[in-house]
Design a protein around this ligand. Structure first.
Ligand SMILES: Nc1nc2c(ncn2[C@@H]2O[C@H](COP(=O)(O)OP(=O)(O)OP(=O)(O)O)[C@@H](O)[C@H]2O)c(=O)[nH]1
Length: 707
């Protein structure tokens, strides 16, 4: 019996893979994507189902279109739709200043002010509103019922509450429903939130848009070469005369369909954008050199892409090399749940040589396929919105920013707010260095005309009215970015239980870094078993070695806690953790980690004492003295070292010993403490294996002030 892939069948029938997948689902035949194979038997069933559908729809002009009027709601990669959905809530909130829970639930949002007013008029006596939180007593009052009656009703819902206790939104809604009363929660609207100004799109206004692709992979595996060769093979052919400009992204055209490539390869940029709230990438290309295989950054890239829920295509590069071993690459990637379709999996692998420009066509075809399945859509007939790809100050032109239009069409002259900057689009230049007047969805353009330089990852929105743009822009400008970042709500172990209770946290995301692979795996396995109140631990990345800035940025983007097992954060990671407010927990004993996470989840975390690192010293010279042992001639690089502090000896980011300081001397004198930028002699109790370049980390146990 022969097997056909979903996309091949779709091609044969001249319909989209999506239609085939949907039909198969209706027929209860499990397929995961367009790469899945279907048997002859299934083909027959499909044939029948499709003919049936066609005859039912014979009045419809275009029978090749998917029959569903609405786009898939769980399509995470359609920014326009996501935004639209999010904004519909905000918009209705903006119009009414209220969020209507019943309406939201029934998915019947009021369409206009008038309509909404009518609803209010008709149901004046059967509606209550509240803002912030509501206690049992408060709800009883609003419903004009006895508190005891409400308490009883809550009991039937399995909730034991007293008069003065707050009730959660869902319970309020359920109780009100029982009394046939509609309930609205007033929400505070931030007038400066750009999302407020982005109207919802109707499904019928959405049209296909090009995919936005990011290339990731390990150092030297060929990301830049691949980006260059795609550009050279695909751009110059169609666009003779253009001079390529590096504006941070470029577009190619293949068989009449465009694809946008982000020019900054690597996952660090990708995730740092994501941590700023930007979601620009639709598809990630993971480059793996066939002669080198899966390397640490390959794994990082996989985890970053997975955390962002972006589909991954594997480009097995350097196939021209003698040592090329694509099977090994495939084998290694199966360990990360990326299984090639030839082996029964669903991941697309394309073998290529970026340098010889072989296999580029295949890769481009696969990108087109995936983007077709992803149903990437936008509405070109509206004000543009999107994300800053890069921005700088140009001596002659002033602020220059590359904007990726994600929805709508950007025009020269448009009043615009970009992050905390604003202005009018003075001129636009595309990736071929040509001046353009308009730029549609998924198009990158370099714009001038902003009052200041925005940041990569900032959102932008076009306004109808220049006055409003200026007003919003100025207000946003006043809010310091740092200030805003500081306000971000992050998961921290100390308030984890509260967040679980509030329903704000469903999964605990963790990033694990350990000194050796074995302990990372053991730790991950034990942590994944913890489950408290239906909340599960989700490990989004594990790695060996010091905690890096990239780990912290990933944590920030994924609202995760970083756990270091026998490893420490490096300087940049420390800074990033501080500014991004990421909780970094350092441990040396596996069961302590598990205990800590478990008790945090159960709300029993004992926060009485907390370790506080007070300083660091670098070992510059070693003196071996027979009676004393090893004296480390050290230089205090940060904070201070005190005689009574605990000390960790760190070598190459790994903790090799933890104990007490034995003696602390300045010249010949014993001292209580040595401050930053001073030299000192340190001996560590019961430990002499100190080497030049080691770092001492001094810490004390400090009582946490309860608030
Ligand atoms: N033989 C061979 N060499 C390649 C191929 N692709 C890239 N290279 C070489 O591999 C080296 C690294 O390529 P880059 O494109 O700079 O790799 P990268 O992943 O962008 O590296 P970083 O920017 O350092 O992360 C260069 O010397 C390239 O010439 C290929 O298909 N075949």
């Amino acid at each position: 019996m022969s097997k056909t892939r979903v996309y091949e069948y779709a091609k044969e029938k001249n319909i989209s893979s999506k239609v085939v997948i949907d039909k198969l689902k209706e027929l209860n035949i499990e397929v995961s994507n367009h790469m899945s194979t279907i048997s002859d038997d299934t083909k027959l069933k499909l044939e029948e189902a499709l003919t049936e559908k066609n005859s039912k729809q014979k009045n419809k002009a275009d029978q090749s279109k998917p029959s569903r009027p609405e786009v898939k709601s769980n399509n995470n990669n359609s920014q326009a739709q996501q935004k639209g959905k999010k904004n519909s809530e905000k918009q209705s909130a903006k119009h009414k200043g209220k969020k209507n829970n019943n309406n939201m639930k029934n998915n019947q949002q009021p369409q206009s002010k008038q309509e909404n007013k009518q609803v209010n008029k008709q149901e004046e006596n059967t509606k209550i509103t509240y803002s912030g939180t509501l206690t049992v007593g408060g709800l009883a009052e609003k419903l004009e019922k006895d508190t005891s009656e409400i308490i009883k009703k809550l009991m039937t819902l399995g909730i034991m509450a007293t008069k003065n206790q707050d009730i959660d939104e869902d319970s309020i809604e359920l109780i009100c429903e029982e009394y046939g009363v509609e309930v609205e929660q007033e929400v505070e609207v931030d007038e400066n939130d750009l999302d407020l100004y982005i109207a919802e799109d109707k499904p019928e206004d959405l049209v296909e848009r090009p995919a936005v692709v990011t290339i990731m992979g390990h150092v030297d595996h060929g990301k830049t070469t691949l980006l260059d060769s795609i550009r050279d093979t695909k751009v110059t052919a169609g666009e003779a005369g253009g001079i390529t400009q590096h504006i941070g992204a470029y577009q190619i055209e293949d068989k009449g369909k465009k694809i946008t490539f982000l020019d900054t390869p690597g996952h660090a940029a990708f995730t740092s954008m994501r941590s700023r709230g930007a979601k620009v990438t639709d598809i990630a290309i993971l480059v793996v050199a066939a002669d080198d295989g899966v390397m640490p950054q390959t794994v990082e890239a996989i985890n970053h892409a997975k955390a962002a829920e972006v589909p991954i295509i594997i480009a097995v590069n350097k196939m021209d090399k003698e040592g090329a071993n694509p099977d090994r690459v495939m084998q290694e990637l199966t360990e990360h749940e990326l299984v090639p379709e030839d082996w029964g999996g669903e991941t697309i692998f394309v073998q290529l040589s970026a340098i010889k420009r072989e296999g580029i066509d295949d890769l481009v075809e696969m990108i087109q396929l995936v983007s077709e399945v992803e149903e990437l859509k936008a509405n070109p007939n509206r004000n543009a919105s999107g994300t800053v790809i890069e921005a700088q100050l140009d001596k002659g032109r002033g602020s220059v920013a590359t904007l990726l239009v994600q929805n709508g069409t950007l025009n020269v002259g448009d009043p615009i707010v970009v992050g905390n900057t604003f202005g009018r689009v003075r001129a636009m230049v595309n990736d071929l260095g040509r001046r353009v007047k308009t730029a549609g969805p998924s198009t990158p353009v370099e714009v001038t005309g902003l009052n200041e330089v925005p940041q990569a990852g900032d959102q932008f929105t076009v306004f109808d009215d220049e006055k409003k743009a200026r007003q919003v822009g100025e207000a946003r400008q006043q809010k310091q970015i740092e200030e805003k970042r500081g306000d971000k709500v992050r998961v921290s172990l100390d308030d984890l239980f509260e967040q679980i209770k509030q329903g704000e946290v469903k999964d605990i995301n963790l990033i694990l870094k350990a000194d050796v692979q074995g302990s990372a795996e053991a730790l991950a396995a034990s942590l994944e078993k913890i489950e408290v109140e239906g909340v599960k631990v989700r490990i989004i990345h594990t790695g060996v070695g010091a905690i890096t800035e990239s780990d912290v940025i990933l944590a920030s983007a994924s609202n995760a806690i970083v756990i270091g097992f026998n490893v420490r954060p490096d300087v940049n990671a420390k800074k990033a953790a501080e500014s991004e407010k990421v909780d970094v927990r350092l441990h040396r004993i596996i069961y302590k980690v598990i205990e800590e996470i478990e008790s945090a989840m159960k709300g029993m975390l004992d926060p009485e004492f907390e370790e506080k690192v007070i300083g660091q010293a670098e070992v510059r010279e070693i003196f071996k003295v027979s009676k004393i042992g090893t004296i480390a001639g050290s230089y205090v690089t940060d904070g201070k070292i005190t005689r009574d502090a605990g000390v960790r000896v760190i070598r190459d980011g790994i903790v090799i010993y933890e104990g007490e300081i034995d003696t602390l001397k300045r010249f010949k004198d014993d001292v209580k403490e040595v401050a930053q930028n001073y030299e000192c002699g340190i001996t560590v109790e019961k430990f002499n294996d100190i080497k030049e370049g080691d770092v001492f980390e001094a810490y004390i146990m400090e009582e946490i002030k309860r608030t």
